[in-house]
Design a protein around this ligand. Sequence first.
Ligand code: HEC
Length: 100
Amino acid sequence: MATVKHWLTAAALLAAAAGAHAQVNQIQVWASACANCHGTEGRAEPGNVTLAGGNKDDMTKALLSFKNGTRPATIMHQLTKGYTDEQLAQISAYFAAQKN
Ligand code: HEC
């Protein structure tokens, strides 16, 4: 009986881990759309804005102000409209966690 309970706990943990993993992959897919301009994992070539290691809250604020038009932009105001506010916060957290 104890063994069955253990197995169930292990299965539940695995399922939870798989769910968390799928979530990270989804954020990576969103973030990969930024790589052309901001570099792989946000590490930009000189002349472009590096996102890797940036401040999560500052990035989220910048993205939201692009989206609602309060910050002038040439391109970011259009790109940010493709994501929910929550997704933009998750993308910011992803880039903040990357090594610069
Ligand atoms: C086509 C090129 C391009 C792509 C793709 C792109 N950006 Fe940008 N990004 C820019 C440019 C150019 C600026 C400067 C503002 C402007 O003119 O739009 C900028 C500015 C920013 C800024 C503000 C940085 C600062 O400190 O001033 C952030 C944050 C940002 N981008 C995040 C992202 C994220 C996240 C993505 C992917 C969802 C992304 N960008 C995709 C070109 C791009």
